[in-house]
Ligand binder design. Structure first.
Ligand code: NAP
Length: 286
């Protein structure tokens, strides 16, 4: 099987690398903090301490790190050591500006590059049920069909790496709007003496039922396990905002979400907790 170098084994990358290994790929993983990647060995992944060792000879180089800065740091190194003909897949949620820059940089080194951000969380990654938005060198997409089929239930192609990142940020802005909208609605009704469950029962009879099903109990849970960190949600909305500004568009609703998430993520350790903790944060504001 093709060698895949997997760079960045946080909540998402860990499960993606594990899934690929379980589907028969030869996976070599690298993470900035080695100890966090080490348990991947239990699933047949080779874990290395040096990034160059991970990418040497790899047909596919996958990147799943937190933001533009992390992605640039990792990619600059990966580009230096990538073998000829390697395909670089960047799954990280980054700005369109960053995707465009990295696409050109890969080109200069004669490497194929696809921005392939994902919808879905760590559990979806482990089940191979992510949805991908791919943009960049389309001709190599067919060559990585087995990779796609192992991790994704569907991959949509948009023309460029920039477009893929713009679509990802736009989709997240809808998710977060729904989630924060429900969190504020709960704060409002509770302030007037309505129990959360009573409110969720009413809302579940309406077309917003899927939002209630997705976020209702997750918002109210005392200890929901971290699946998506609040600080990364703040990053996403700040990236959506700057991506709008880049094209001259103010996005006032996204701006409010970005600020709300940023303030919350800087409150104690909340930034490291699940993004649905925003409800607890809002409740504590009175
Ligand atoms: N979690 C989700 O549900 C989800 C869903 C879709 C997309 N995403 C996106 O996927 C990406 C990863 O998310 P995640 O949930 O896996 O986050 P995470 O658990 O916080 O993992 C972040 C990863 O980035 C690495 N990293 C951070 N800064 C770095 C740097 N300067 N140099 C090298 N590596 C660096 C971390 O390494 P260390 O271990 O050394 O810190 C870790 O491997 C983000 O862009 C996120 O927005 C997440």
């Amino acid at each position: 099987m093709q060698k895949v170098a997997f760079l960045g084994t946080g909540l998402m990358g860990f499960n993606m690398a594990r899934r690929l290994a379980e589907r028969g790929f030869t996976v070599v993983a690298w993470n900035r903090t080695y100890s966090k990647a080490k348990p991947l060995e239990l699933y047949g992944v080779k874990v290395v301490e040096d990034l160059p060792r991970a990418v040497e000879g790899a047909r596919v180089i996958s990147v799943m790190v937190s933001d533009d800065n992390a992605s640039e740091t990792v990619l600059v190194e990966a580009f230096k050591h990538a073998s000829e003909g390697a395909v670089v897949l960047n799954h990280s949620t980054v700005t369109p500006m960053h995707s465009g820059k990295m696409y050109l940089s890969a080109r200069e080194r004669k490497l194929s590059y696809i921005a392939l951000p994902v919808m879905g969380g760590p559990a979806d990654a482990l089940r191979g049920e992510l949805v991908g938005i791919a943009g960049g060198d389309r001709e190599v997409l067919d060559e990585i069909k087995g990779y796609q089929e192992s991790l994704f239930k569907k991959v949509f192609y948009v023309n460029s790496a920039e477009e893929a990142s713009a679509v990802k940020l736009a989709l997240n802005s809808i998710y977060f709007s729904a989630m924060i909208g429900l969190a504020e609605a709960l704060v409002l009704v509770e302030a007037w003496g309505v129990t959360p469950q009573k409110f969720l029962d009413v809302a579940s009879e309406l077309w917003i039922r899927p939002i209630i099903e997705r976020y209702g109990s997750r918002l109210l849970a005392e200890n929901y396990p971290v699946s998506f960190k609040l600080r990364l949600a703040a990053k996403d909305m700040s990236y959506a905002l700057s991506s709008g500004s880049e094209k001259g568009f103010p996005l006032p609703h996204i701006a409010t979400m970005a600020q709300t998430l940023l303030i919350a993520s800087q409150s104690g350790r909340l930034g490291e907790e699940d993004y649905t903790r925003i409800y607890r944060f809002l409740k504590g504001l009175r």
